[in-house]
Each structure stands twice: as structure tokens, then as C-alpha cells.
Ligand binder design. Structure first.
Ligand code: BES
Ligand code: ZN
Ligand code: ZN
Length: 469
């Protein structure tokens, strides 16, 4: 397996092939500085400096590479990803060819270079040991942050891609435990009977799973208690069959990814600890399997919740909001400065925004705007949807304090968010992401499969908010 941390290295003058970046506007200038044979080689490879195009050019006894980019003057996150996928294995140094302006700033594009080396080969007997493309860069200070973010992306992808049998609540706990141990964070896990008492909705959703996949509430705390408290919560439904309101096969097919919110939460927590953000971190992951068995919760059942609210189950497939409700309540008991949750909560969010854009819900306009701006700045866009007061009544129940699924099919993503809202202390700033956590079609640096969406935007927002990195 490629050591992804080794694919960008500080420039110590090591041997490397030259890599010239060029955009369409700069192509003629570059061509002018080449020999006739070199120009012929480029023509033969039909190189037109389109973004992601690669050409290999003979040079004396050796060769150099040319890579097309959208704009050489401002390299973005993914603009080197295609090159990192298609260049021959080896080591590269970006240089400026005679006549070109100085070497472009690579900092923003390093994440894409590393992320392009991601492979999910856990189950492949022929796991190819492709030779990595190593990039050396003089921007040494940009390497560590880029590697950290790329590691966060890879963690989300790995956790989501792993099938439910191998990424159940117990394995998810083991993943959190491994991260906690690395940073000396405290881990606290509630399972079994205590769960029934303290986290009744987590228990109700998860109790029908086999004992190997028993439900649990995973909590991890890290950092100086005098720092502002940041709670990060993630929906950890390791498989969502729908429960007794069983999903049809097409709807169930991808439901190993229903712990994608937990994967995002853990990856964000990893970044916080790795980069030592000055916060008191509180990570909470309710980890369950929404399974079918004789002891499964039923439509019509009324659940108690940690917050004291009673919830009538009108659809056992609206389970994410139940486990999150208890976890969010727990987070708020510690008087956090900010609560952020990630969840693959509704199909409606995907219908509204498609797989690329996570739906963002926020109580504070300032935080929402900061997230939107950060998303644009770091090529990790998010889109805001409303917590509309006028729809709150739709959660009324005939026999309990609320229902878990409203009867009219309107505004599904907002309704999921409004349900959660009831469990978040009014005084607390709260952000909720309804995310798809999956890329259905590959793009450069972003293979089909589990995907981190909104992770880097959120990381940028909290870095700006808490500073000190
Ligand atoms: N995990 C699903 C939501 C989901 C479905 C996310 C498809 C991504 C893709 C969630 O638990 C669920 O089933 N939600 C229901 C809610 C409904 C019953 C109110 C949904 O979206 O249909
Ligand atoms: Zn569901
Ligand atoms: Zn679900």
C-alpha cells in the first residue's frame, strides 16, 4: 500500500523529473521555448493544455512532464489530482520553463495530489502496488496541513467504504479508540442496560441487531478544559435496513454508508487533535445497526428520550434523528460553545441538492455564512437550507410530544433538522449537515465510493473561529 504521507516531500534538492504546468493561455509561450522534436512529441500526444492533460517530453537523455491546469496563476484543490493519477510513477518538481512566469504556488493543490493516491483495496487479493507519484515542494509549511486534511478525507472514505459486517458499532468504536489513544483523549462508551436508561432512543434503534453489533454511545473528550467546548456529533448507523418499515432493495443497497456522519465527525475530531486546535473537544457517536428482529421498535411505539420528550414512531426508517436526538442532548448538557453534527439523515437532502452538496442548517447566520464562504474558498462547497419555524407543527403527535416522521412528504431535510432542533438547547449555537457521504461518479482525486463532503469547509470555519493553529 502506498504511504500517502510520503507523496509530498519538502524540496531538499533530491532527484526529480521536471514538471511544467501550463494553461491554455500559456501554451504558446511554452512551445516557443521547446526544440522542434519536443514540439513534435507534444503534437503526437495531442497535448492542448486542457486541465488534467499530461504529456511526456524527451530532453537530452531523459524526459520531463508537462501538465495542463485550468489556471496556472491560481492552482485550486483538485487541479493537480488528475496529473497525480496519470503521470508515470516517480518523483516530480514543478519548475518554470524559460519564458514562463515564476513557479506557481502549489499550497492549495497539495491536498488533491495526496487524495488522488487513495485506493480502497482492503478486499482485493491483487492489491496493486502502483509506484506513487511524489511531488517535492519548496512550500514546506503547507505540507503538514495538507497531509492532515488528506488523511481526514481518506479516513472518511475508508470507514464508509467498509461493509457493515466489518464496520459495525463495535468496529466503529475501535476506530474511535485508535484515534483517541493516539492523542491521549479520554474515551467513554455506554452499551447494554445503561444505554436503555441513559440513551433510550439509541437503545431502541439498535437493540434488534445481533449482539456482535450491539448499540453504543461513544464519547471522546480531548484538550484543555479551559478552552471553549466544541461538540462534534455524527450519525453512526452502521447499516440502515429501515427496520420494520423495511427499505426496498434499491434503497437499502448503499446503506453501509449510513455511518458517514460518524466518519465525518471522527475525521474532523482527528484534524482538531492533530493540529491541536485550542478547544475542549467533545466527540459523540451513537453507533447502531437499524435491524429487523422480534425485538425491533415498531411503528406506533412511543419512545422515551434523554431529553425527556416522548417520541411516537411513525416510521422506523427515520432512525438517524432518534439516535442523534439523545447524543445532541448529551452534548448540550456540557454547555458547549458550538455543536456541529454530520448525518446521512434524509433522502430528501440528496433529492434537493444532489450528491455533491451537503445541506447545511445553522441557527446562526454568521456561522452559516462563514461556512458557505469557507466552502467556496477551499473547493468544498455546502448549501444552506432553512430551519423554517412554520413547519414545526408538522411534528405534532396525537399521543406523544412529537412524531419522528411527519405525514406530508414536504421539506424532508428541513423536517429532519427541525426534529433534531428540539433536542438542542436553545442557548447553544448549532450546525447540522445532512450529507450524502458518497460519490456516485468518479472525478479527479475523488474515486467513486465513500466521500468527505463539507469536512474541509467546516475545518476552515472552526480554525478561523478558534484560531491558534
Ligand atoms: N439513512 C436514511 C437517509 C438516506 C437515504 C440518506 C438515502 C442517503 C440516501 C434515513 O435513515 C432515512 O431512511 N430517512 C428517511 C426519512 C423518512 C422516513 C422520514 C428518508 O429519507 O426517506
Ligand atoms: Zn432510515
Ligand atoms: Zn438512516
Amino acid at each position: 500500500m502506498t504511504d500517502r504521507n510520503a507523496v509530498i516531500q519538502p524540496d531538499r534538492g533530491q532527484r526529480a523529473n521536471a514538471l511544467y504546468l501550463v494553461d491554455k493561455a500559456g501554451l504558446d509561450g511554452l512551445l516557443g521555448g521547446l526544440g522542434e522534436g519536443q514540439r513534435a512529441a507534444l503534437a503526437a500526444q495531442k497535448f492542448e493544455a486542457g486541465a488534467g492533460e499530461v504529456a511526456i517530453v524527451p530532453d537530452g537523455n531523459g524526459w520531463f512532464a508537462i501538465g495542463g491546469v485550468e489556471s496556472r496563476a491560481s492552482l485550486r484543490t483538485w487541479c493537480l489530482a488528475r496529473l497525480a493519477e496519470t503521470l508515470p510513477g516517480g518523483t516530480y518538481r514543478v519548475l518554470a520553463h524559460g519564458g514562463q512566469p515564476p513557479v506557481p504556488r502549489l499550497a492549495a493543490a497539495l491536498i488533491g495530489w495526496v487524495a488522488a493516491h487513495y485506493r480502497f483495496d482492503r478486499y482485493r487479493s491483487d492489491a496493486a502496488n502502483a509506484e506513487p507519484r511524489v511531488l517535492v515542494t519548496a512550500e514546506a509549511g503547507a505540507i503538514e496541513p495538507a497531509l492532515a486534511e488528506a488523511a481526514g478525507i481518506a479516513l472518511v472514505r475508508d470507514l464508509v467504504n467498509t461493509p457493515a459486517e466489518d464496520m459495525g458499532p463495535a468496529q466503529l468504536e475501535a476506530e474511535v479508540r485508535a484515534v483517541a489513544r493516539k492523542f491521549g483523549a479520554e474515551l467513554h462508551v455506554v452499551t447494554g442496560d445503561t444505554l436503555e436508561r441513559d440513551y433510550p432512543m439509541v437503545h431502541a434503534v439498535g437493540r434488534a441487531a445481533s449482539r456482535h453489533h450491539a448499540p453504543r454511545l461513544i464519547e471522546c473528550e480531548w484538550g484543555d478544559p479551559r478552552h471553549p467546548r466544541l461538540a462534534i456529533v455524527g450519525k453512526g448507523v452502521c447499516f440502515d435496513s429501515g427496520g420494520l418499515d423495511l427499505k426496498p432493495s434499491a434503497g437499502m443497497a448503499l446503506m453501509k454508508k449510513d455511518m458517514g456522519g460518524a466518519a465525518h465527525a471522527l475525521a474532523l475530531a482527528l484534524l482538531v487533535m492533530e493540529r491541536a486546535l485550542p478547544v475542549r473537544l467533545h466527540l459523540l457517536i451513537p453507533a447502531v445497526e437499524n435491524a429487523v428482529a422480534g425485538n425491533a421498535m415498531r411503528p406506533g411505539d412511543v419512545l422515551r428520550s434523554r431529553a425527556g420528550l416522548s417520541v411516537e414512531i411513525t416510521n422506523t426508517d427515520a432512525e438517524g434523528r432518534l439516535v442523534l436526538g439523545d447524543a445532541l442532548r448529551r452534548a448540550c448538557e456540557m454547555a458547549p460553545d458550538l455543536v456541529i453534527d454530520f448525518a446521512t439523515l434524509t433522502g430528501a437532502a440528496r433529492v434537493a441538492l444532489g450528491p455533491d452538496l451537503p445541506a447545511l442548517f445553522a441557527r446562526s447566520d454568521d456561522i452559516a455564512n462563514a461556512l458557505l464562504a469557507a466552502g467556496v474558498a477551499c473547493d468544498d462547497p455546502v448549501w444552506r437550507l432553512p430551519l423554517h419555524d412554520g413547519y414545526r407543527d408538522w411534528l405534532k403527535s396525537d399521543i406523544a410530544d412529537m412524531v419522528n416522521s411527519h405525514a406530508n412528504g414536504f421539506a424532508g431535510a428541513s423536517m429532519g433538522a427541525l426534529f433534531l432542533d428540539r433536542f438542542v438547547d436553545e442557548k447553544v449555537d448549532w450546525v447540522h449537515f445532512d450529507t450524502f457521504a458518497w460519490r456516485p461518479v468518479a472525478r479527479p482525486g475523488r474515486p467513486k465510493g465513500g466521500e468527505a463532503l463539507g469536512l474541509r469547509a467546516t475545518w476552515a470555519m472552526i480554525r478561523a473561529r478558534y484560531g491558534g493553529v
